[in-house]
Write a protein that binds this ligand. Structure first.
Ligand code: DAH
Length: 342
């Protein structure tokens, strides 16, 4: 048995010495130290060794096992070092000073439109506020005049959390907090991601972006609303746009409107973007309901205000001529290329 162990040792040392790569080393490990490896077999079969030799054979086999383990580790280290050396000395060179001539990325269309809007609004004295994505039922509904059993809730089914909170369905969900935080007078916009439980199609997504705005002061009227919206949209489309208001129902405004713009692409003559309708429905808005002001700690006898909820995703689609809302969340970089966004 002594001789067998010393032969195994010799053999293993030669093989390890000749091993050229990690795979060779692994094969050697399996051959000697694997579950059915030659050294392990000796240890497993100790019971068959004559009792007087058993201890000695066991010790020698164990010493050999540890020796081979250490040699394997050493060999792997040498091989790695060698590989590293070869890489360093190879002809492959990376010149990190070469200028990058490929376009490496761009902002998302929604980000571009959002930043553009923020710039326009801040230049008109509005602050930019943040809203939560996970909201309380109170902020999303009750605080904007949509009590529990109001039918308007049906239009905004969403994703509920186990703790009773929800993914906000509208940026209006931040109105109450902002009023409580700043009081009146107030001029703020708050962009954000919204969620709804929708059947998906080209114009319905479960995740989309809006930008809400509020202006509250003494004597704010519908004329102020029209003025701000007209200025804003003219800046976005880089030309004077015509707007019109139609009555619209939203529980948090009274009166409420749908604001349309005359199609800036065909000047109302009729085209693909306005679906030959000449006008495009762009922004629901209205005069803030007295209940909403009251819940926000603002006296509706002293102050009035307007609010609007611009569809950011919608605006980005118009601006970049995208006809499927789902493209905006698809992470498909070809879409950015197609839109030629710089
Ligand atoms: N929150 C409404 C929605 O998502 C949009 C909206 C309508 C916002 C009228 C407003 C508003 O601030 O005045 O459908």
């Amino acid at each position: 048995m002594d001789e067998k162990i010393s032969n195994l040792r010799e053999e293993a040392l030669v093989k390890l010495n000749e091993a050229k790569n990690a795979l060779d080393v692994e094969n050697i490990r399996v051959e000697y130290l694997g579950k059915k490896g030659l050294v392990i077999e000796i240890l497993k079969n100790l019971k068959n060794v004559e009792a007087s030799h058993r201890k000695e054979v066991g010790e020698k086999a164990n010493i050999l096992r540890v020796e081979i383990e250490n040699l394997i580790e050493k060999k792997m280290f040498e091989l790695k070092e060698k590989e590293y050396e070869e890489k360093i000395n190879s002809t492959e060179k990376i010149d990190i000073t070469v200028p990058v001539d490929e376009k490496i990325g761009s902002l998302h269309p929604i980000t571009i439109v959002q930043r553009e809007l923020e710039e326009i609004f801040t230049s008109m004295g509005f602050t930019v506020e943040d809203g939560n994505e996970v909201e309380t039922e109170y902020n999303n509904f009750e605080a904007v005049n949509v009590p529990k059993y109001h039918p308007a809730r049906d239009m905004q089914d969403t994703f509920w959390l186990e703790n009773g909170e929800l993914l906000k369905t509208q940026t209006s969900a931040a109105q109450n907090k902002i009023m409580l935080k700043y009081g009146a007078p107030l001029k703020a916009i708050f962009p954000g991601r919204c969620f709804r439980n929708e059947a998906l199609d080209a114009s319905h997504e479960n995740t989309f972006f809006q930008m809400e705005g509020m202006m509250i002061d003494k004597d704010v009227s519908i004329s102020n609303l029209i003025y701000f919206m007209k200025t804003l949209l003219s800046e976005i489309f880089k030309k004077e746009v015509e707007v019109r208001l139609r009555p619209g129902y939203f529980p948090f405004v009274e009166p409420g409107f749908e604001l349309d713009i005359k199609c800036p692409y065909c000047d109302g003559k009729g085209c693909r973007v306005c679906k030959n309708g000449s006008w495009i429905e762009l922004c629901p808005c209205g005069m803030i309901h007295p209940n909403v002001l009251k819940l926000g700690g603002i006296d509706p006898e002293k102050y009035s205000g307007f609010a609007f909820g611009l569809g950011l995703s919608r605006l980005a689609m118009m601006k970049y001529n995208i006809n499927d809302l789902r493209a905006l969340n698809s992470c498909d970089l070809r879409i950015l290329k197609q839109m030629n966004i710089k």
